[in-house]
Write a protein that binds this ligand. Structure first.
Ligand SMILES: C[S@@+](CC[C@H](N)C(=O)[O-])C[C@H]1O[C@@H](n2cnc3c(N)ncnc32)[C@H](O)[C@@H]1O
Length: 434
């Protein structure tokens, strides 16, 4: 979290802290995705100034990222779990005290004043005060003994089967660290220099600390767009050439569309979500890039024939938990089967739209083999003549040994730990029989 948040965690910023508690209640007690709670009309962020909105989101995310350690700190001091609003106010305060290093008197005073200002918590002012005074004294020591927050059992078990216990623990550590800000740029080296960022071996520009993206030089002229370093690889792997026709399936909000269009391809960007496509249009406008945009269900669309197809299929998004720490609390094991079925149908359709001699890139921001390797194993089995293009995969710059498997590229959040990690992804390049 940014230095300014550490300083401002308390006492000021009451509106942001109150809103952060509202976001925590929405995610943890009502099962809403954080993004939905953030955008909800009349929701916890309604009427807040942009700075407070951003701060509330950061505080809520940081609390979700450390919920296990937070509850471990509270446990000795809270005999009976208090009602939701008070419980989440206490959690937020523990994170401010033990993780963000805010001054104890400021955190305690502002929590007590917040509790008093809400009829749902007013009668618990005394409890909030008593608990937080004890946390201020003993909490940091308990916090220091905690391990990174564990994933829910259904996901932890799947990751342990796929990667083993040690890797799963390393992934949990990476989730607790969070994610840096990565940019994809038209001129990456020049942008890295202008912004004081680090040019990554795979071509992305990584910035340190939290920055307001729309205030960065080059934002208005579309010199870059925000995209995790791992998420930038599928379009790099597709390596579109000027004039080629490329279908970007499941395209919104359009990070990959922008890469393909910037490479000079004639891009058709398809997505079922009109609201997400509005963001794609905004991105095209800002960058001055062009694409034909289609609102359609990929399973119902009649399609066409393309030199290349990129399918970034809807998935569990378990590779993005470091950015979206609410996911483990909202997603369920039962979601996976339906998603895997959708991915299988989409793969078959996407392949049918590849011209003879063309190529298909498939990717998901998932850590689960069911949504990655297993999909490709199944597709190869039911499609005679189809092959994984290992030469194409090997030609990607910046890959490290061990990332490439027989079916494609497996990326995990614990990779590049010293650089700040990367999102989890499965990415592969397929060529049908010519
Ligand atoms: C992983 S996101 C795509 C991210 C995007 N490729 C990018 O780089 O910005 C998956 C997308 O699939 C879309 N989607 C889900 N079901 C779909 C369907 N049946 N047909 C078309 N798009 C669908 C969602 O609206 C969502 O935008």
């Amino acid at each position: 979290m940014a230095q300014e948040d550490r300083k401002s965690a308390a006492p000021g910023g009451q509106a942001a802290r109150k809103a952060a508690v509202g976001l925590l209640v929405a995610v943890l007690e009502e099962g809403q995705l954080l993004a939905a709670a953030v955008d909800a009309e009349g929701g916890p962020l309604a009427g807040l100034a942009p700075d407070d909105r951003a701060r509330a989101q950061r505080l809520a995310s940081e609390t979700l990222r450390h919920l296990g350690p937070t509850d471990a700190v509270l446990k000795p001091f809270v005999r009976k779990p208090p009602p939701p609003a008070a419980r989440n106010l206490l959690r937020l305060s523990v994170v401010e005290l033990c993780h963000l290093g805010a001054a104890a008197h400021g955190v305690v005073d502002s929590a007590v004043s917040l509790a008093g200002s809400d009829p749902a918590t007013a009668r618990l002012k005394g409890l909030v005060n008593a608990v937080l005074r004890r946390v201020a004294e003993d909490g940091p020591e308990i916090w220091a003994r905690q391990q990174a927050q564990r994933l829910p059992n259904w996901l932890r078990g799947r990751l342990q089967s796929a990667y083993g216990g040690k890797v799963t623990a390393a992934i949990e550590v990476a989730h607790a660290v969070g994610a840096p800000l990565d940019l994809t740029a038209r001129e990456a080296a020049a942008l890295a220099e202008t912004l004081g960022g680090d040019l990554q071996p795979t071509g992305s520009v990584r910035l340190k600390g939290s920055r307001q993206v729309s205030g960065l030089p080059g934002y208005d002229t579309g010199a870059f767009w925000v995209q995790d370093a791992a998420a930038a690889l599928p379009a790099r792997l597709l390596a579109a050439k000027p004039g080629e026709t490329v279908l970007d399936l499941c395209a919104a909000p359009g990070g990959k569309t922008l890469q393909l269009a910037a490479a000079g391809a004639s891009v058709t960007a398809l997505d079922a979500s009109e609201s997400r496509l509005r963001r794609l249009h905004d991105n095209l406008r800002r960058t001055g890039l062009g694409a034909e945009v289609v609102v359609a269900d990929a399973l119902a669309w009649e399609g066409g024939a393309y030199d290349a197809v990129l399918l970034d299929a809807p998935c569990s998004a378990t590779g993005t938990i470091r950015r979206h720490p609410d996911l483990p609390f909202v997603k369920q094991s039962s979601d996976i089967r339906g998603l895997a079925d959708l991915q299988r149908q989409m793969l078959d359709r996407a392949l049918a739209w590849v011209k003879p001699g063309g190529r298909l890139v498939y990717c998901t921001c998932s850590l689960l083999p069911e949504e990655g390797e297993d999909q490709i194993a199944g597709l190869l089995e039911r499609t005679p003549g189809l092959r994984v293009d290992h030469d194409g995969l090997n030609a990607l710059p910046g890959l490290e040994p061990g990332w490439l498997g027989p079916l494609g590229l497996r990326l995990r959040p614990d990779y590049w730990a010293e650089r700040g990690g990367m999102d989890g992804f499965f990415i592969t390049l397929l060529r049908p029989e010519a």
